[in-house]
Ligand binder design. Structure first.
Ligand SMILES: [Zn+2]
Length: 136
């Protein structure tokens, strides 16, 4: 069993409570209060309207996991941009989400766990690629 030492906890909390983080949390809270809608952001030109249901329905999970780490989820690509010819991006079964600035490995692991085996979660250099690819 791993025990948190008293020194570790305050340091971690300190790291999370920077002014931008507090502002971000306030922004999310306010946005939710006002709109009741997802705060998932889209990079300019990205269109999520064509995404198929299996990938669309997990946007919520991506949003929740990012926000639990005080990170802003930004979809950077769906079918736009350049992907390999056989990419599921062109079948509207994949999204790219900008890499979080912190807790990258944890967020990646949580996504993998939450989405299960029918989804592939791939860490790329600048984003996390997520596709719906059901296994037999
Ligand atoms: Zn991708």
């Amino acid at each position: 069993m791993v025990q948190a030492t008293p020194e570790r906890i305050p340091e971690k909390q300190k790291k999370h409570l920077t002014t931008p983080t507090i502002l971000r949390i306030l922004f999310y809270w306010l946005h939710r209060k006002l709109t009741g809608k997802t705060t998932m952001l889209l990079k300019l030109g990205v269109d999520i309207s064509k995404l198929h249901r299996p990938i669309r329905k997990i946007l919520n999970h991506i949003e929740n996991i990012y926000q639990q780490h005080n990170e802003e989820p930004v979809i950077t690509s769906t079918y736009e941009g350049t992907h390999s010819p056989s990419s599921l991006h062109y079948c509207h079964d994949a999204v790219d989400v900008r890499n979080p600035t912190t807790n990258r490995d944890e967020i990646y692991k949580e996504l993998e766990q939450k989405l299960g085996k029918d989804y592939d979660v791939v860490q790329e250099r600048r984003h996390i690629h997520i596709e719906y690819d059901p296994k037999g």
